[in-house]
Design a protein around this ligand. Structure first.
Ligand SMILES: Cc1ncc(COP(=O)(O)O)c(C=O)c1O
Length: 373
């Protein structure tokens, strides 16, 4: 993996390497990656862009993107038609659309967390009430999930694999969710953005389970495992009973996605250079996350070795918001306070390991120094 040097990163990656980070500081915060992206992306986009793209395109996205997404989902044992797919400029808008859609119905969302902050924020801002179900030590509390469900529930929401803890839902856990969704006629929201980045087992898409295809909203994208965040591309798999309503919400925001979103989708899923980048990146992230988690453990700090994503989530047993602010102030290291990811994230830090070994080692050593003060 080609790491980009710090001076360059500060110019080309301003969201992660923002200007509150001091000159000798380190960003282990925003979930962008510090590596050069896959080869050939610019040529691929230029070769596929046409003058005719001056006009609004299909509202669901262009055939090049839809066919790539469809082939990919079929490969994951999901029963899919073209109409089940919506190309989107990044998965974030898919989260918003899902939460806006479900807000049209009365009832609560059972949300398994900690979970990526915008999922619970969009849910709440769209007026949905949330029942939190904790994942602790790699397993969610099945009894708590069952107890949270009633005739008043409308959705179960998961992020699989889970940002920030790298949890990959196993078949038994997915079946528990499936059975509840079917028995209570619930929608299931599943953000699977990190699914190519699993280290010990494949991610199983919940849409591939019997009885789920029609009631799932699943999200996929290219910002993480493919290193293509800036191009804003992803896609949604929408169950038959949901498709039209979600597409209405997306279309009211976008009219049609930019052709670039569809072209990038095709590149990421079909081009060999993208596949090779993904393979190398996954290996590097497996090493980095395992190294970081072991280092915390050696220093007596409780930290799981993640099965996916590129974060570690140590339990620092002190106020994570105060600690994160002081860490930036005194050590110049940016991390994300765990409580951003819901109440179970309190007293944790989310540390982004998608950087060079040198930067990671230096950042971790400053964090551990600060914890030892
Ligand atoms: C789980 C998850 N979903 C969605 C997003 C949004 O990604 P994007 O809109 O770049 O595809 C992120 C970004 O960090 C994420 O971690």
């Amino acid at each position: 993996m080609n790491v980009i040097n710090l001076e360059e990163l500060k110019k080309i990656s301003p969201f992660k390497w923002h200007n509150k980070i001091p000159p000798n500081g380190i960003s282990l915060g925003v979930a962008d990656v510090d590596f050069q992206g896959p080869d050939g992306i610019i040529d691929y986009i230029t070769q596929n862009l046409k003058e005719s793209h001056c006009y609004y395109q299909n509202q669901s996205g262009m055939p090049i993107g839809i066919q790539a997404a469809k082939k990919y989902l079929i490969g994951k044992n999901i029963d899919v038609n073209d109409s089940n797919i919506q190309i989107i400029p990044g998965t974030m808008i898919g989260i918003y659309a899902a939460m806006k859609f479900i807000s049209q119905y009365n009832g609560t969302i059972s949300m398994i967390g900690p979970i990526y902050e915008p999922i619970h924020k969009h849910a709440a801002q769209c007026g949905n009430r949330i029942n939190w179900i904790p994942i602790i030590n790699g397993t969610f509390d099945e009894e708590a999930l069952k107890l949270s469900i009633s005739d008043n529930t409308k959705m179960i929401s998961i992020c699989s694999p889970t940002n920030p803890i790298g949890h990959v839902y196993n078949m038994n856990q997915l079946k528990v969710i499936r059975d509840l969704c079917v028995d209570y006629n619930l929608i299931c929201f599943s953000d699977e953005l990190y699914e190519p980045l699993t280290y010990n087992q494949e991610n199983i898409p919940i849409a591939s389970l019997d009885g789920m295809t029609e009631r799932v909203i699943s999200l996929y994208g290219f910002s993480k495992a493919y290193g293509l965040a800036g191009f804003r591309s992803g896609f949604m798999f929408l169950g038959d009973i949901i498709t039209e309503k979600i597409k209405d919400i997306i279309n009211l925001q976008l009219v049609s996605p930019s052709p670039i979103a569809s072209i990038v989708c095709d590149y990421a899923l079909n081009d060999l250079r993208a596949k090779e980048w993904r393979r190398k990146f996954k290996q590097k992230m497996k090493e980095n996350t395992s190294f970081a988690a072991q280092l915390f453990r050696k220093n007596g700090i409780n930290c799981n070795i993640p099965d996916s994503c590129f974060f570690v989530f140590p339990n620092i047993e002190t106020d994570d918001i105060v600690f994160s602010e002081e860490l930036l102030l005194h050590k110049g290291v940016q991390v994300i306070p765990g409580s951003s990811f819901g109440p179970m994230g309190q007293n944790h830090l989310r540390i982004n390991c998608a950087t060079s070994t040198e930067i990671l080692e230096e950042g971790l050593s400053r964090i551990i120094d600060h914890l030892n003060l």
